[in-house]
Design a protein around this ligand. Structure first.
Ligand code: NAD
Length: 496
């Protein structure tokens, strides 16, 4: 047994993988359906299954929605300050259970342990933030003259469905669950079939923190068996879907049948612009973090690097040098880059890169699978940079969702803005420059839900997040994220 295998065996025991929850979490407890069909969850770092979970059905969805409906009214009537206290206890418990949550997330998603630990801190912080916001959801008093009183109130939307992808299983779940609970909604969550476990552990934590039974339910399984029936359910008031454009489009069409509200958080192909005046010592590590963190499987990754021509050679040289030192391996080894989430995802990334090579795009670094010595059967792709001269090249236009950076050269600032704005996606955009005017113009002219200046991913939970165009619509995080789960009511009274 190699040294890593021994350490992994200890980590599995520490994470309690043998005692992971079984079944769905419905009405305050784990529920194993009578006709249980199981699926396997894989450790992407080894390419091997490590646990099983329930592949749910429409019946399980029905049961979870019924439980959420029954619990919602009382939860909405719980004093906002008390809802906030429950959320605060959830935040504390996430931190005290943090080691287990991080290990489970690492095994399930393939990410580096350090990244999984960061996700746990972020999840706790999100509950802390919305705990503080629960009793500050104020309406407005509107002046309509002496004989009237007009005001607005934010009411909870009701029962919310959350459909979650595999790249950030815990933090994507929390980003929707925490504000929905703060607003007084109840939730039925479907995690991705590749990464079901931290959502189940979170549900148990919420229950231990005092969240009433039925307010937060989790049904695991595939998109077809669980996601479809949840989306089509007539008793769902709002759907938050985070995932790919084709599935988002299907969810939206399904939601239209019942006139269900919907928030779509879809993909991206976000530009990271380096102007000639930028500080390359700061910018190069930032560029790498923006695309190689979580092996590039981030919707808002900085996956297009746009540089002014005068610094193109210096940037390419520095990038290739910095990347030559990057080590890829199992998440528990905590090297520079972890595994990609699934065999299918690895194949997709490889296909994108092979097609780019066959079109004659220039490979600057990486470009193939990696087989680390200790974990050769895991799913790994080398951090990759590909230069494309045609702005319509698929490597520039299509989301790869892996550690693959497309390099584009701009003749000047205006050209950089045009290239930055040149895809159907509009999730994020970033610029490195010392010129404030150009930074502000970039922020104004590039269509994106969020702009970063001189530091990618700079925005914490207080700052709203979401997309435009093919990246979706609606906002998570910040007070906007709380309003996503509210219905605005106006009251106008004649004073008689
Ligand atoms: P996906 O669309 O295949 O799956 C996402 C979720 O939808 C999963 O839980 C899946 O089971 C479920 N699903 C599948 N078919 C369904 C159906 N017919 N009805 C209802 N639910 C269904 O996406 P993926 O490959 O798992 O995730 C990667 C994508 O997610 C990328 O495009 C990425 O950019 C995007 N993403 C976006 C954000 C964001 O905040 N904008 C965050 C993370 C990931």
């Amino acid at each position: 047994m190699s040294d890593l295998e021994k350490r992994l065996a200890q980590a599995r025991a520490e994470a309690g993988l043998a005692d992971l929850p079984h079944g769905h979490f419905i009405d305050g407890g784990f529920h194993v359906p009578p006709a249980l069909e199981e699926m396997e969850s894989y450790d992407p770092g080894l390419g091997r299954p490590f646990a099983t979970f329930a592949n749910g059905t429409a019946d399980d969805v029905d049961r979870a929605v019924l439980s959420a409906r029954k619990a919602q009214r009382a939860w909405a009537r719980t004093a906002p300050v008390e809802r906030g206290r429950v959320l605060r206890r959830i935040s504390d418990l996430i931190l005290s259970e943090g080691r287990r949550l991080a290990l489970v997330e690492m095994f399930d998603a393939g990410k580096r342990l350090g990244e999984a630990e960061g996700d746990v801190r972020s999840a706790a912080r999100t509950f802390e933030y919305y705990a503080g916001a629960a009793d500050k959801l104020e309406g407005a008093q509107i002046p309509v003259g002496n004989d009237y009183l007009a005001y607005t109130v934010h009411e909870p939307v009701g029962v919310v469905a959350q459909i979650i992808p595999w790249n950030y299983p815990l933090t994507s779940a929390v980003r929707g669950v925490a504000p929905a609970l703060a607003a007084g909604c109840s939730v039925v969550l479907k995690p991705a079939e590749q990464t079901p476990f931290t959502a189940l552990l979170l549900a148990e934590i919420c229950s231990r923190a005092g969240l009433p039974d039925g307010v937060f339910n989790v049904v695991t399984g595939t998109g077809a068996r669980v996601g479809g029936p949840l989306t089509a359910h007539p008793d769902i008031d709002h759907i938050t879907f985070t995932g790919s454009v084709p599935t988002g489009s299907r969810v939206m069409a399904e939601a239209a049948r019942n006139i269900t509200r919907v928030t779509l958080e879809l993909g991206g192909k976000s530009p990271h612009v380096l102007l000639a005046d930028c500080d390359l010592d700061r910018a190069i590590p930032d560029v790498m973090g923006a695309i190689f963190e979580n092996a590039g499987q981030i919707c808002s990754a900085g996956s297009r690097l746009i540089v002014e021509r005068s610094i193109r050679d210096a940037v390419a040289e520095r990038l290739a040098k910095a990347m030559a030192g990057l080590k890829t391996g199992h998440g528990y080894a905590n090297l520079d880059v972890g595994a990609v989430n699934s065999r299918e995802q690895l194949k997709r990334i490889e296909d994108h890169v092979e097609r780019a090579k066959s079109r004659g795009d220039a490979l600057i670094a990486g470009g193939s699978r990696v087989e680390p010595e200790e974990t050769p059967d895991g799913w790994y792709f080398a951090p990759t940079v590909i230069e494309a001269s045609d702005p319509k090249d698929p490597i520039v236009q299509e989301e790869v969702f892996g550690p693959v950076l497309a390099l584009q050269v701009a003749e000047d600032f205006d050209h950089a803005v045009a290239l930055a704005d040149g895809t159907d996606y509009a999730l994020a955009g970033a610029i490195h420059t010392r010129d404030l005017t150009k930074a502000v113009r970039f922020a104004r002219e590039v269509d994106a839900g969020q702009i970063y200046v001189n530091e990618y991913f700079a925005a914490p939970v207080e700052v709203p997040f979401g997309g435009n165009g093919k990246s979706g619509f609606g906002r998570a995080k910040g007070l906007e994220g709380l309003k996503t789960y509210c219905k605005l009511k106006s009251v106008t009274m004649k004073l008689v």
